[in-house]
Design a protein around this ligand. Structure first.
Ligand SMILES: [Zn+2]
Length: 143
């Protein structure tokens, strides 16, 4: 297993399932959390996924289905808030990965990480998915 010390959280609503993302050529995350909280493996953890520039080798990328801001590119976001089932799955994945890997993991939202997006204006996962609250619930810290 490669050395992993970071979990990076993303938004994505281009497919409802990991399978739909892959079929659209977006196999960019290790894990995908559907609206109902189901977790799909998109890229197995032993492989790096291309989700955060400069951080892929050391991290697990988790995409949560949704937009998590009120508006994106002038359009109202359809899934602007994570469901409780998604938050429960996200917390469990963070705690479970730490247990399984036997180490503390840092937890960051994608665009909290300097230079991690090619688009400097990108906001990911968005203010409605509160990364500080995720860290509080899981007893983790950011990088
Ligand atoms: Zn992202």
């Amino acid at each position: 297993m490669r050395h992993i010390d970071l979990i990076v959280i993303h938004r994505n609503e281009n497919g409802h399932t990991g399978r739909e993302l892959v079929l659209q050529g977006q196999a960019e995350y290790n894990l995908f959390i559907r609206k109902d909280g189901t977790v799909d493996v998109v890229v197995p953890l032993e492989y790096r996924a291309a989700h955060a520039v400069g951080y892929n080798s050391r991290s697990v990328g988790i995409a949560v289905y949704g937009c998590f801001m009120d508006e994106l590119d002038g359009r109202k976001c359809f899934n602007a808030h994570p469901t409780q089932a998604q938050l429960d799955s996200l917390d469990l994945l963070i705690l479970g990965l730490q247990w399984w890997l036997g180490t503390k993991l840092a937890v960051n939202g994608h665009t909290e990480l300097p230079g991690a997006s090619r688009d400097p204006k990108k906001v990911c996962p968005g203010p409605n998915l509160d990364i500080n609250a995720v860290r509080r619930r899981t007893g983790t810290k950011g990088l």
